[in-house]
Design a protein around this ligand. Structure first.
Ligand code: PRP
Length: 187
C-alpha cells in the first residue's frame, strides 16, 4: 500500500517550491525584517488558517524582539476561486494603535483579503502597517496591494501545501505544488 507521502505526491501535478527552497527563503525574509525594523518592536499579525507554517518558521528566523497576534478571515467558499467576500471570524486580541504591524499571509491572490484587512487595520491607527506574503500570485490580482516582503512569485495555478489548502487538506505538506485536475473531479 502506498504511503501517505506517496499518495500526497500523487495528488500533485508538480512541485513548485521545495521544502529546502521555502526554508531558505523564509530565513532570508526573517533577516530582512530584523534588519529593517531594528529596535522597533514589530507586531506580526498572522492571517489564519493558511499562514501557520510560514508564520511559525518566519518568527523563528526574525532574531529580534517581536510580538504575534492572529486574525481569522474567510474569503473563499471552499472551492478554488475567490468569492470576494471577506468576513472577520477572529479579530486581534489587542489594540494596535501606535504599533508597527506586519501582516503575514501565505498568499496574496486577488488581493481582496489583504486590501480589506489593510483598510480595516488602518482605521485602528498603527504606527506603521506593512505586508509580508510568502507567495505573490500577481497575475490574479484584482485589488492593488503593496507587499513589502515577498517570498516567491506564484504561477497562476491552484497551489497547495505549506499552509495552503484544497477543501481543508494538504496544509501539512512541507512543500508547495500544483494540484492535479483529477483531485477536483474526485470531490
Ligand atoms: C487564502 C490566503 C489569503 C487569501 C488570499 O486564505 O490565506 O488570506 O486566501 O486570497 P485573495 O488575495 O484572493 O483574497 P483562505 O481564504 O483560502 O483561507 P485559509 O487561510 O484558511 O486557507
Amino acid at each position: 500500500m502506498a504511503s501517505w507521502k506517496e499518495r500526497m505526491a500523487g495528488d500533485l501535478r508538480e512541485v513548485v517550491f521545495t521544502e529546502e527552497e521555502i526554508l531558505a527563503k523564509v530565513g532570508e525574509i526573517g533577516r530582512e525584517i530584523a534588519r529593517d525594523y531594528g529596535d522597533k518592536r514589530v507586531l506580526m499579525v498572522g492571517i489564519l488558517n493558511g499562514c501557520f507554517p510560514f508564520m511559525a518558521d518566519l518568527v523563528r528566523s526574525v532574531h529580534t524582539h517581536i510580538e504575534v497576534d492572529f486574525m481569522s478571515v474567510s474569503s473563499y467558499g471552499g472551492g478554488t476561486q475567490s468569492s470576494g467576500v471577506v468576513r472577520i471570524l477572529k479579530d486581534l486580541n489587542k489594540t494596535i494603535e501606535g504599533h508597527h504591524v506586519l501582516l503575514v499571509e501565505d498568499i496574496i491572490d486577488t488581493g481582496l483579503t489583504a486590501r480589506y484587512l489593510l483598510d480595516n487595520l488602518l482605521t485602528r491607527h498603527p504606527a506603521s502597517l506593512e505586508v509580508c506574503s510568502l507567495l505573490d500570485k500577481r497575475e490574479a490580482r484584482a485589488e492593488e496591494v503593496s507587499i513589502r516582503y515577498v517570498g516567491f512569485e506564484c504561477p497562476n495555478e491552484f497551489v497547495v501545501g505549506y499552509g495552503l489548502d484544497y477543501e481543508g487538506l494538504y496544509r501539512n505538506l512541507p512543500y508547495i505544488g500544483v494540484l492535479n485536475q483529477e483531485v477536483y473531479s474526485r470531490s
